[in-house]
Design a protein around this ligand. Structure first.
Ligand SMILES: Nc1ncnc2c1ncn2[C@@H]1O[C@H](COP(=O)(O)OP(=O)(O)OP(=O)(O)O)[C@@H](O)[C@H]1O
Length: 236
């Protein structure tokens, strides 16, 4: 985040975004300005629309109305592939790996596709993966697969790293390690968006918080500005 007094640059801007599935509208006209190189937490109860918001940004579901821009570019109708080329990367859950391939191949494929075959940055970030390079991804624990999914995203050198429910199904220790890692990713200049149920760790990491309630933004501000009622809506 920039020094006090300076406004942070906006990485992504959603304006009056409406989206949903078949006949159901889930996001009822949400507006968000996601700051660059910072951690934004999307908090809210089950079904609030957090994952749907990430899918909209990644281009996996279309906007029914409203707009989305990345930096100075309108990307409302841009394909998922072109958004990925701009570095908009969603890590939905631990299934975002090739289960039948080894850890090494999972990393190598994405490293080569992004133009630098060196997988060592991922292994430096997640030393546990180094011990398991020959193991089939599908035979690893959920936490290890989650690390592999994040390591793959790192190698793709994202401009925006979106992580859905980081802590789901993880031991508190592994979750803490991954939260700490995400902080370092943002410190290195990557924009991070974290969709999660309320956790103190998510809040401690976040520079900016949006609380979603039934498809509407009910709070936008810094963690320090969150009041008791918003914390409740965020699932605290
Ligand atoms: N593929 C889908 N088809 C139909 N409805 C869906 C689909 N995915 C999500 N929904 C519905 O959209 C609403 C918002 O879901 P979403 O997954 O965005 O919420 P969330 O805030 O991420 O919640 P959770 O924490 O439970 O994942 C829910 O009512 C859900 O049932």
């Amino acid at each position: 985040m920039p020094a006090d007094g300076e406004l942070p640059a906006v990485e992504l801007r959603l304006e009056n975004a409406r989206a949903g599935y078949r006949t159901i509208e889930v996001l009822h006209g949400i507006t968000m300005a996601i700051p660059s190189g910072a951690v934004t937490a999307l908090l809210g109860a089950n079904g609030a629309g957090k994952s749907t918001t990430l899918r909209v940004i990644a281009g996996l579901i279309p906007l029914r109305s409203g707009t989305l821009s990345w930096r100075d570019e309108q990307i409302t109708k841009m394909t998922t592939v072109n958004r990925a080329r701009r570095g908009l990367m969603l890590v939905p859950d631990e299934r975002a790996v090739f289960a039948t391939l080894s850890v090494r191949d999972n990393l190598q494929i994405i490293a080569e596709a992004s133009g630098n075959p060196d997988i060592s940055p991922a292994l430096d970030a997640f030393p546990r993966l180094r011990e398991r390079l020959g193991q089939r991804a599908g035979s690893m624990s959920g936490g290890e697969r989650r690390m592999l999914a994040l390591a793959r995203a790192l190698l793709a050198r994202p401009s925006v790293l979106m992580v859905d429910e980081l802590s789901l199904g993880l031991s508190p220790k592994v979750a803490s390690e991954l939260f700490a890692w995400l902080g370092t990713v943002a410190d290195a200049g990557t924009t991070v968006i974290l969709a999660d149920q309320y956790t103190e760790e998510a809040l401690a990491l976040a520079d900016m918080v949006y609380v979603l309630h039934r498809g509407e933004v009910t709070f936008a501000g810094t963690p320090a500005e969150l009041g008791a009622s918003e914390l409740l809506a965020a699932g605290a």
